[in-house]
Design a protein around this ligand. Structure first.
Ligand code: SAM
Length: 243
């Protein structure tokens, strides 16, 4: 199955006939899409482990991480899950600040690289968080959920909310600002990767179903006409009973 990009109002729109349209894929079609996307992402990131480990993060990314780290320290939150930790460069900084960090990533090569740095890391999918409820003070996802199918985002957010403690914090960083879902033809990775991008208001509309928004900032350091969406979210407390 081939997934091509879909962008509203441009000639990039190429739906695969097999899918019967992106807007209303049936559950079995969605499962196949999801499996294909996951396999390609795993292979793409496995092949890039050396290059990504050598890549110095841009300054604004470091500031983002450190801003979240400071907030966690202020709130005395020290048990952290990192989603899509890749080679563990951010996780190593959290660990150096005495956080108890658990890394997950889809790519076995990335996980091995984390483990070689002395980090606790598991091959696991963000769509299938196998942890008990209320396990973590905080979840950190720098540029990972950009690879989740739009149809799957609500269940992924619900899973993150479930593993967070009440009042737990969630850093969500994504490239976005326009409406796109599919494989980016200009990608230099092989296989080319799947991306989901959201206009700011669409993203806000999804996250508020699960979290209170502590902050939502646009950072103008994107690529390909996108900006960076920096969200700090807090697990919503169950509504108080009115009786
Ligand atoms: C763009 S990289 C970002 C890596 C790192 N957080 C950073 O900021 O440099 C995305 C990472 O998410 C991982 N990833 C993609 N889809 C995933 C999924 N469904 N579950 C877990 N990890 C995933 C990839 O293997 C890759 O390491």
């Amino acid at each position: 199955m081939v997934l091509r990009g879909r962008e509203r109002g441009t000639s990039e729109v190429r739906l695969n006939e097999e899918l019967g349209g992106f807007d209303t894929p049936s559950a079995p079609v969605r499962a196949r899409m999801s499996e294909d996307v996951r396999r390609a992402l795993r292979d793409a990131y496995d092949r890039q482990v050396k290059d990504r480990d050598a890549r110095p993060p841009p300054d604004w990314e470091t500031l983002e991480r450190d801003g979240f780290l400071n907030l966690l320290e202020q709130e005395e939150k020290h048990v952290l899950l990192e989603l899509g930790a890749a080679t563990g460069s951010d996780a190593a900084v959290f660990k150096a600040h005495r956080f108890d960090v658990l890394c997950i990533d889809l790519s076995p090569e990335m996980v091995r690289r984390c483990q070689a740095k002395g980090l606790v890391a598991l091959v696991m999918d963000v769509a299938d968080l196998r942890f008990p409820p209320n396990s973590f003070d905080a979840v950190y996802a720098m540029n990972c959920l950009v690879h989740v199918l739009k149809a799957q985002l609500p269940e992924v957010l619900a899973g993150i909310s479930r593993v967070l403690k009440p009042d737990g914090l969630f850093y969500l960083g994504l490239y976005g600002g326009r409406d796109f879902e599919g494989i980016w033809d200009g990608d230099s990775y092989e296989p080319k990767r799947f991306f989901s991008h959201y206009p700011d208001e669409d993203l806000r509309g999804v996250v508020v179903k699960f979290f209170d928004v502590h902050s939502f900032r646009r950072i103008p350091h994107g690529w390909n006409g996108l900006h960076f969406q920096s969200l700090v979210l807090r697990r919503r407390r169950p509504a108080a009973r009115g009786d």
